[in-house]
Design a binder for this molecule. Structure first.
Ligand code: MN
Length: 230
């Protein structure tokens, strides 16, 4: 069998300390998973988190340079720990969820905040605000077999050397296992799925020329610079 157009490369992330890659299937993102971020987005800090989805096509493996996105005047960073699923399933219990995780990284849920707001104001989907070219940079993955399952530790971001976000993983409303339990009630999770586990407070805009440097202590770091729009 031949494809009638050229097939594209399987989206994948590098694995730390290895020449191997982790193939990426889908990208689930949790919204408003830190109380202080809920508040800065206009909530009361007591909402239940929720999910949206980005295409694997949006992945930028390892970070590097991304273009300022099209059709926005307010592109925001959101720094997030990323959870990589090795073993799928449905109705996974939180107590067993760690057994489904391959490893962890750090990524940016880049957001066209103005388009997201337009969607909210008109009761329309968030896709144009969230799922666009180069909107999901992600670091190499650290296998859980090496680092365990981080449930606390600093998550931070500097833009042009200045700290913009800092929180602790223990501030997450839903832990990684709880996110897997919730998601797997609605979807059959599959090997290769990623979960962006939510951003702390301090989200803000970036512009061409800006340099972002983020990390989860003990897990991974990522550097991304913003190039002019295409
Ligand atoms: Mn986010």
């Amino acid at each position: 069998m031949a494809f009638v157009i050229p097939a594209w490369t399987q989206p994948a992330l590098p694995v730390a300390g290895s020449a191997d890659q982790f193939p990426v299937r889908r990208i689930f993102c949790v919204g408003r998973n830190y109380v202080e971020h809920q508040k800065e987005m206009g909530g009361d800090g007591r909402e239940t988190p929720f999910f949206f989805i980005k295409s694997a096509h949006a992945l930028v493996p390892g970070g590097g340079s991304i273009h300022y996105p099209l059709k926005t005047a307010n592109c925001h960073y959101e720094t997030e720990m990323v959870v990589a699923i090795a073993r799928g399933g449905r109705r996974i219990a939180a107590a067993q969820a760690n057994e489904h995780i391959f490893g962890y990284g750090i990524g940016f849920d880049m957001t066209r905040r103005d388009l997201q707001q337009h969607g909210k104001d008109h009761g329309r989907p968030w896709d144009f605000g969230k799922d666009f070219d180069e909107s999901a940079p992600c670091s190499e993955l650290q296998p859980a077999a090496k680092i365990g399952h981080p449930s606390k530790g600093a998550i931070w971001l500097k833009v042009n050397g200045k700290e913009r976000q800092r929180a602790d993983l223990s501030d997450m409303i839903w832990s990684a296992p709880e996110q897997i339990a919730f998601l797997s009630e609605y979807y059959t999770l599959e090997p290769g799925d990623l979960i962006y586990s939510g951003t702390p407070a301090g989200v803000g805009p970036v512009n061409p020329g800006d340099q972002m440097h983020a990390g989860v202590d003990g897990v991974a770091e990522i550097r991304v610079s913003i190039a002019p729009a295409l």
